[in-house]
Design a protein around this ligand. Structure first.
Ligand code: FVH
Length: 288
């Protein structure tokens, strides 16, 4: 199959890695960046540097957008809507699900072929199989671009709702954020007795590795929808969390990262769910 012509808008750390990978896999690659100097190494490596977004878009049939945020995407796509006709636009910029849906709706109004994407990888992983890229929205656009998308890593289509890739991205990043906040909490507590951050991180790693296999069982309880499991109850966990908070403060460490979880469990206890499995906490997370 002939290689596709591709354009990359945005040459930050991620856009550069994507442009490099597309070039390395034999694609005719055009690049544009707001700060033009960043196009120079790409031009030297064989890409075409476009002076404007319009020129960049005109050069290729697949246009990757790898800008900072939703606002910068719209700022630069809206003026070239007419030039984007007959192109496939793949937006890999991190946005919220509703921002992704909003851009997909705007693209549909303009008669554009638009696919939203989310990157579960850091730049050095681009092109590796463990680099995971999620896509959602226009299934036809996904199929059209698929062979090119697969050069960036494992490509997965999440569904027709353009917000789905972003939603999964945000959900997985939320889990990561809370986990690494946990590392910092443990390090802050152990530092008070002279432990290095590296030593505590090793301890946390070993502990979490031992605990991680339990995650599936917890999820099965939630999917079951009943919280009379006889497992760890709301009241039991409230006592445990109160101890964690007290221990942290005794050591002169703020417990701000722990308190929100305790607050949610307290709400459950106050509404008569103290004996339920603590996983009922998921119901307190839903905003009604
Ligand atoms: N880097 C990573 O590990 C993560 C992994 C997961 C996905 N993200 C998302 O990818 C988008 C780009 O991230 P990045 O790492 O390339 O970000 P920077 O290196 O900071 O580069 C930002 C580029 O955006 C350009 N830019 C910013 N504001 C504007 C604007 N108003 N108009 C035009 N371009 C703009 C910036 O241009 P310049 O500063 O060089 O002129 C860079 O090209 C992002 O959504 C991550 O969340 C990466």
């Amino acid at each position: 199959m002939p290689k596709r012509t591709v354009t990359v808008l945005g040459l930050g750390a991620m856009g550069s890695a994507i442009a490099q990978r597309l070039r390395d896999t034999g694609h005719d690659t055009t690049v544009w960046n707001r700060t033009a100097a960043k196009t120079r190494p790409h031009a030297e490596a064989g890409s075409r540097a476009a002076p404007t977004v319009a020129a960049a878009v005109a050069a290729s049939d697949i246009v990757f957008v790898v800008l900072l945020d939703h606002a910068s995407v719209r700022e630069h796509l809206e003026p070239v809507a007419a030039d984007l006709k007959d192109r496939t636009v793949v937006n890999l910029t991190t946005t919220t699900p509703n921002q992704a849906r909003d851009t997909a709706a705007w693209a549909a109004e303009q008669g554009l072929t638009y696919l939203d994407g989310a990157i579960m990888a850091v730049p050095s992983m681009i092109g590796e199989p463990h680099s995971r890229l999620l896509y959602s929205g226009d299934a036809g656009a996904y199929e059209t671009a698929r062979t090119v998308l697969e050069t960036l890593g494992t490509a997965e289509f999440e569904g027709a709702d353009a917000g789905l890739a972003s939603l999964k991205d945000m959900a997985l990043l939320s889990a990561m954020d809370l986990m690494f906040a946990g590392y910092v909490q443990a390090i802050a507590m152990m530092r008070t007795v002279g432990a290095t951050a590296v030593d505590t991180a090793e301890e946390v790693h070993a502990w979490l590795a031992a605990m991680l296999p339990h995650g599936r069982g917890l999820a099965e309880i939630i999917d079951g929808g009943t919280y009379d499991t006889g497992g760890q109850s709301v009241d039991f966990d409230r006592i445990g969390l109160a101890s964690l908070i007290a221990a942290s403060r005794e050591q002169g460490v703020r417990a701000d990262l722990l308190e929100p979880h305790k607050k949610l469990l307290d709400e459950l206890a106050a509404t008569g769910h103290g004996a339920d499995d603590w996983l009922r906490v998921i119901e307190r997370l839903t905003i009604h």
